[in-house]
Design a protein. Structure first.
Length: 323
């Protein structure tokens, strides 16, 4: 054994019973004072200082008595504070020693705890990596979702097995698949609904949003239909009346020979009648129709003008738009 080894002093481990506080000598403090006599004296003298004995006619006496009482109260309390410090001095020293000892123990516990926490973090990191390697995780993320969407920190606890974690993830995956299939019934909004669903995985909220979109579309379509019904159709007399400035003129020509059959032409005439709100008879085709210009001044909306132009195109009528 070398010299250095001889100088090593073994450190004994602390035992719980060694830290049990024992008071070998305890004398409960006892004070013999005249505090109670003073209290009784004050009680007996207080009637003299009742508010009924004072008035604004003798303010000087009130001020003098007030000063006397304040001085007596301060003297009494100051003495009590001085006695308390003296009386508590032994306990103060005792408290200081115990507090210092507890702090030394707490510091040692803090250092030991840092080692324990470091090991816990290492274990959790290993457990996390094992979970991320599970095939169930890859199957879940194949749905376009991050595993963090359903991550639960309790999976990292030593009491939670990998088998339990894999089972929970597999169940979540099946739930998501079922929910996505449910959303396919909303074919028109499916893509939008999938994005919204993946934000929270809340099917009920997503379905409520789908119903909201549907209601909005129906309201918009109904409003458009009502607006179309309220648009007044022009009468033949209005069509030939004098038009205000800025309205369009359409230069029309008689229909050129066409290979379309009578049924197609009749359908076109019906479309025009539906657009204009008037009855139009199908023109009688001639063997050699004469094509010549004829001018009409028509009062209509942009939508009605568009339908007129479409109608003329179906009949093969050429026209020039003048603004």
């Amino acid at each position: 054994m070398n010299k250095e080894e001889k100088n090593i002093v073994p450190v004994a481990e602390l035992q719980a019973e060694q830290l049990e506080l024992v008071v070998s000598e305890k004398t409960i403090g006892s004070l013999t004072t005249n505090a109670k006599e003073i209290r009784e004296l004050v009680k007996s003298a207080l009637p003299k200082y009742d508010i009924s004995n004072y008035s604004t006619d003798d303010v000087a006496k009130a001020k003098a008595d007030k000063a006397l009482l304040n001085k007596a109260q301060k003297t009494l309390n100051d003495k009590r504070i001085a006695f308390e410090k003296e009386f508590m001095a032994p306990f103060g020293e005792f408290k200081e020693v115990v507090t210092e000892t507890c702090n030394l123990i707490k510091e040692a516990v803090k250092k030991i705890d840092s080692v324990i926490k470091e090991d816990e973090e290492r274990s959790k990191t290993e457990k996390r990596n094992s979970i991320l390697a599970l095939p169930e995780v890859h199957e879940f993320e194949a749905l376009g979702l991050s595993i963090q969407t359903i991550w639960n920190d309790k999976w990292l606890n030593k009491t939670t097995s990998l088998k339990a974690v894999s089972t929970e993830i597999a169940e979540k995956t099946e739930t998501v698949k079922t929910d996505l299939e449910t959303l396919r019934s909303f074919a028109e909004d499916y893509d939008v609904l999938v994005v919204r669903y993946k934000e929270s995985l809340n099917l009920n909220a997503t379905v409520a949003y789908a119903n909201q979109l549907k209601a909005q579309r129906e309201a918009t379509a109904k409003a458009a239909q009502e607006a179309q019904k309220e648009t007044p159709a022009n009468t033949p007399s209005e069509q030939t009346s004098e038009a205000p400035a800025g309205q369009q003129e359409a230069q029309t020509e008689s229909p050129a020979p066409s290979n379309s059959n009578d049924d197609a032409e009749a359908d076109a005439m019906d479309a025009f009648a539906a657009a204009m709100g008037v009855e139009v008879e199908a023109p009688v085709q001639e063997q050699k129709p004469v094509v010549y210009p004829r001018y009409y001044e028509i009062n209509a909306t942009d939508e009605q003008f568009q339908k007129i132009e479409e109608f003329m195109n179906t009949l093969g009528i050429t026209f020039n738009l003048q603004k």
